[in-house]
Design a protein around this ligand. Structure first.
Ligand SMILES: [Zn+2]
Length: 176
């Protein structure tokens, strides 16, 4: 089984192949826009995708690295909603109690992230998830960053390929 370094480095070095494939397709009328920004973003999504499927393993670096981010995002979101809703006395005390609630949610998210993750090499290691990841990259680039559809399609394609590269190296070629 390839480890973290092998997965990530294979993504880091193989990107020119993706650029070549997309460039060839674009030259034959496929609506992919290989602008400098799209190429750089595509590289980021490609390399991230090359390790992302191992999110489903509790000991994997990407799983452990994502946990605090999820935890902080949930805690922050709960605080935003709880802010101003507690009144136990002084403003600083209200704020501290609101953060107490936020922290409780953050801790629950910390454990839930591992508990709720599908089993290792289950559905997260599938082409369905590769397509979902590519789709999310497309939506983020086109609607989140307001780039063109062609740029979004290119970044989505690169993201999908990075994820698929991981599945290929694992020898885990399932659709679902
Ligand atoms: Zn894997």
């Amino acid at each position: 089984m390839p480890n973290y370094d092998v997965h990530v480095l294979s993504g880091v070095v193989s990107y020119p192949v993706i650029v070549a494939a997309a460039g060839l397709a674009a030259a034959h009328g496929v609506p992919l826009a290989l602008t400098t920004m799209a190429l750089v973003l595509g590289y980021a999504f490609y390399v991230l995708g090359s390790d992302l499927p191992d999110m489903d393993h509790p000991n994997a670096l990407i799983h452990r690295g994502t946990k605090p981010i999820v935890s902080v995002v949930v805690g922050g979101a709960v605080y935003v909603n709880a802010a101003g809703s507690i009144n136990v006395g002084e403003p600083w005390l209200n704020m501290a109690v609101e953060w107490g609630i936020a922290v409780l949610a953050a801790v629950i998210a910390w454990f839930a992230f591992t508990w709720m993750m599908p089993k290792h090499r289950g559905i997260v290691h599938s082409f369905l998830f590769a397509a979902v990841y590519g789709g999310l990259a497309f939506v983020l680039v086109e609607y989140g960053l307001n780039m063109t559809t062609g740029e979004g399609l290119y970044v989505g394609f690169a993201a999908f390929c990075g994820y698929a590269l991981h599945l290929l190296l694992d020898g885990e070629l399932s659709l679902l």
